[in-house]
Ligand binder design. Structure first.
Ligand SMILES: Nc1ncnc2c1ncn2[C@@H]1O[C@H](COP(=O)(O)OP(=O)(O)OP(=O)(O)O)[C@@H](O)[C@H]1O
Length: 283
């Protein structure tokens, strides 16, 4: 069973259409959802969370659907959104009290453990926390009801690298203990260099690449060479490429095929996730 199954999903907003024919998020793994600004990450996540109505298609969470199993799905998901819906003037302990009520699996000792780990005082008022502390508190709220699925929308955006690492480490520790599924969006690809088993790339409302991280990194290569090697046929080896006065640089999704074309006449370098995202989205 997959944690999330999406089929023929579509949603049109002003001048933007999200269209996902098929997307399966594997149970028990971390899947990173990568795309540039405005590509449709938040829209997809809001549809999965039932915070936005879809135009067409089906979304299943652990084989259950909204309208039939809303309560089950809500209890199953730990969610960290782009903006929290908490009362900004409230004390953390009061926010916690209200949230914990909704979850039969709420784990008070885990809550205390994470507060202590992040050095957060629950007597503080939410809006008085730093952005990093607010995000950490949101993460605590999402983890402490032992969700089977954690969905996060750009949780590390606006956090400095130190806080980002702390955040990722706690998430990792929790995943190892609880064996949960994680689906989280980011445009900070370096987060996914550290954690992430599967990757889904989205651009202009469509999934453009989807697979396990190791295979994606293994199959793609940056190729550099002299411009005289480029013609209508050889250009087809690239997802996209750029030319400069020195030569060309392009990304291939199949380095074996590229080798058959260019052999030893070019240089092959491993691509990182940022390279891959950039070449797939540069048009
Ligand atoms: N409520 C809305 N009404 C109209 N258009 C919207 C609405 N919400 C989002 N959009 C548009 O839909 C497109 C996709 O936005 P979305 O927030 O899903 O992208 P994103 O990948 O999460 O981007 P970001 O990384 O900037 O958060 C954008 O063009 C955005 O302007």
């Amino acid at each position: 069973m997959n944690a999330i199954e999406i089929r023929n999903l579509s949603k049109t907003l002003d001048g933007f259409t999200l269209s996902i024919d098929k997307l399966d998020i594997k149970k028990g793994f971390i899947t990173g959802f990568i795309g540039p600004n405005g590509s449709g990450k938040t829209t997809t996540i809001k549809l999965i969370m039932n915070m936005l109505n879809k135009d067409n298609g089906t979304i299943k969470v652990f084989d259950r659907e909204y309208k039939i199993d809303d309560l089950y799905i809500k209890e199953t998901i730990g969610y960290v959104g782009d903006i929290s819906g908490y009362m900004k003037e409230a004390k953390l302990k009061d926010i916690k009290k209200n949230i914990a009520l909704f979850y039969k699996n709420w784990d008070e000792s885990l809550y205390k453990y994470y507060l202590n780990k992040f050095n957060i005082d629950e007597n503080k008022i939410y809006k008085e926390l730093s952005k990093g502390q607010q995000k950490k508190f949101e993460l605590i709220m999402a983890l402490c009801h032992h969700p089977k699925l954690i969905i996060m929308d750009e949780p590390t955006a606006n956090l400095d690298p130190i806080v980002r690492n702390e955040f990722i480490e706690v998430l990792q520790e929790h995943i190892e203990k609880d064996g949960v599924t994680v689906f989280y969006s980011t445009h900070i690809t370096s987060d996914l260099d550290k954690v992430g088993d599967y990757l889904v790339f989205i651009y202009n409302g469509k999934i453009i690449l989807n697979g396990d991280k190791e295979s994606i990194l293994e199959s793609h290569r940056i190729i550099r060479g002299s411009k005289d090697l480029l013609d209508d046929d050889t250009k087809k080896a690239f997802i996209s490429y750029k030319e400069s006065s020195f030569g060309f640089e392009g990304l291939t999704s199949n380095h074996n095929v590229a080798y058959e074309i260019f052999g030893e006449e070019v240089v092959y370098d491993k691509a990182n996730l940022e390279d891959i995202l950039m070449y797939y989205t540069r048009g």
